[in-house]
Design a protein around this ligand. Sequence first.
Ligand code: ADP
Ligand code: MG
Length: 576
Amino acid sequence: TTGVETFEFQVEARQLLQLMIHSIYSNKDVFLRELISNASDALDRLRLESLRDENLQADTSDLHIAIEIDQESRTLTVRDNGIGMSHEGVVELIGTIANSGTAKFLKELRESKDAAASADLIGQFGVGFYSSFMVADEVTLETRHAGESQGTRWVSSGAGTYTIEPVDEAPQGTSVTLKLKAEDTEDHLYDYASPWKIREIVKQHSDFITWPIRMAPAQAPATADEAEQAEEGEEKAPELETVNSMKALWARPKDEVTDEEYHEFYKHISHDWADPLETIRMQAEGTFEYQSLLFIPARAPQDLYMQDRKRGVQLYVKRVFIMDDCEALMPEYLRFVKGVVDAADLSLNVSRETLQQDRQIQLMRRRLVKKVLSTVKDIMSSDAERYATFWKEFGRVLKEGLLGDLENREAILEVCSFASTHDAEQPTTLRGYAERMKDGQEHIYYMTGESRSIVESSPHMEAFRDKGFEVLLLTDPIDELWVDAVPEFDGKQLRSIAKGQVDLDSQDEKDEEAEAEREQRQKDFADLLSWMTSTLSEQVKEVRLSSRLTTSPACIVGDTFDVTPALENIYRSMGQ
Ligand code: ADP
Ligand code: MG
């Protein structure tokens, strides 16, 4: 194809762009971090490709990022000589915002009337490349995929359409050129055409990028002589300087790195715009050496429950990026953990399949999982508020671990918390529950159901309320599943109050008199019970007298091994 083609943005992309153009996001500087982050990813990818594919026609001799500023025309260019994009890649990745979280995000935005809150939402969503439109009237992207001869140019002012055309003489990699908004010139602080400002942003947000980020040295204004030479066309391109320190954060001594640096790094790898909740450093020496830098985000990403989510823990081998979302290093139920693991002794050619089998990787994973769980426990005991945030965002995911991870079940149970009849607002830990158990109470009681109010008003609850026994109120769908898999905590059985015979009387209360009375009642009601059992035979297995109710006349109980009503609903909705 030749010539310029014009395309329209999808509705959702258009809405997102309007948001960017009129953005009141307080920290517009982040657009540069996003562009540098993309360039860095592209360099990582090219290096990896060239290691794997000897026939790749690509120049990897001087991989770097360059930032060019033209103050006259007020343009800013971020250039890399990385993997680049094919024509299809540009259409797919830049022309559309196909991310499944987009629609949900935009809906939330429309619903939030508060301007500050919506700016905050932008940060939560992290809109990468499109954040350029916070500071630019027009964005031009030129790119050539390594190994291909034809390049592609993409241009847009963000207002509804973009153009794509082929270019013949494109260098390998990608350049993004921003025509900076004029309105930003007034305030020097926001003048992105100022080399000082740009340097400052690079140092602040992207210092740890492991590729050189180069800029022309800060210069005094040209002298008359130099200006003359320039006119004669003799001006030499100035030697570029590397602005960032390029040190991999995870390889630096722990106490040398500031929280701020960790946070910027987190934003780079997670594509989140907010600070993480917790930073976890681990270094192992000896036969199998590795370094890891993990983060627990402060907020669940939009795609936490989606199939196609990506970017968990990245695997590096001796500083070389190997893969995103290395599932061999982190179980599903810790998929919210972000970060980097850098192993010293792995082959650069590892594949996802061989990793799963690798014994060293399995050992690493065990240690990482234990470290994450113990970190959550530390947060729990040191900072109730931060723990509450963690639990609100990731508790449901973490509970999935109770189903599969037998080895860490106790450790997971330790950091779980549940709503309970003990307190209307504050959830309780199992340990807290155990400490409050009454004399004569042997088990940990719970009831599952759709909501707190439904469960609390259940007739099953009456006898327990009467006795002053605390009951856990489990209302997450996942609760239905794990309670069947987990028999006990700390030597105490977990018992559903809605299943089987719950014997609330302790042994010494069962004197003979009471026993005789019970038998008598059983006789008195025998006819009624058998009549009810046969009349209701379609609906119930058995009708029996109960001492568990105090005010309700009757209630339905399941057999100990029956599925609960809520689980029945889950199965039904899955078509089983
Ligand atoms: P994200 O980085 O979260 O995927 P972005 O909006 O920042 O989202 O970028 C969208 C996609 O465009 C990237 O995933 C990448 O495939 C492509 N892309 C952006 N910039 C570059 C670049 N400099 N080189 C190669 N591909 C790029
Ligand atoms: Mg990006």
